[in-house]
Design a protein around this ligand. Sequence first.
Ligand code: KIV
Ligand code: NA
Length: 265
Amino acid sequence: IKRVTTSALRDMKARGEKISMLTSYDFSMARAVDEAGIDVILVGDSAANVFAGYETTLPITLDNMIYHAAAVARGAKRAMVLADLPFGEYQGSTEKAYEAAVRMMKESGAHALKLEGGEEIIDNIKKIVQAGIPVCGHLGLTPQSIYKFGDFGVRAKEEAEAEKLKSDALALQEAGCFAIVLEKIPAKLAEEVSKSLYIPTVGIGAGNGCDGQVLVVNDMLGMTKDFKPKFLRQYANLYDTITNAASQYVADVKSQDYPNENEQY
Ligand code: KIV
Ligand code: NA
């Protein structure tokens, strides 16, 4: 099987084929979504929320992210494995950002890294790209900045923030990013940005004008109870499936139905 590469993604944009991306945090999930034909598996720092139960993505560490990314990389045969660098590892000195990027690449087997932000981190992105590491940008609602925004609402509705997002997108392309995630911004703005770039955009809550789409796998599988933003399409109801299976198991153990004669040695 041929691995999905950054140039394959660029070609997809050029010929108008949409890019499919889902998150995963472990080997089993990565194997399943890889077999389904997903183009990119994002080892998102949303692991902090859906895997670890934190309210924000800020607490997850580089060691945590390397552990998740390595597990996903072992499960993905075709998909590109894209790993988030966590909060605090790349917003300061270029040296620290570079070292975090190199550690993630060496220790996890991921194929590319995603960093949140535009102009503010452009020198750090350039340094990482110069080292031969593919970087994906992330603009709009950048959850590592949640305490600056104050809430998880739609970003760049106002002119000034929309203008900054447009210039940040061009700066990320100029810095050598191979793609940009656009999170929770007006569809019209996302479409305009997508058309202004030769690198692909991948949207979440950013409408149909992006060059691809990404969802948190736990959300689209219906595993994250009570998280139902407007942009989310739920493809399964695994929370209820798991609860029903587990309660059936409880009942079977209590009633001594499980294990039966064929289920013992
Ligand atoms: O961590 C994550 O899951 C993400 C996506 C929402 C783009 O960054
Ligand atoms: Na993320």
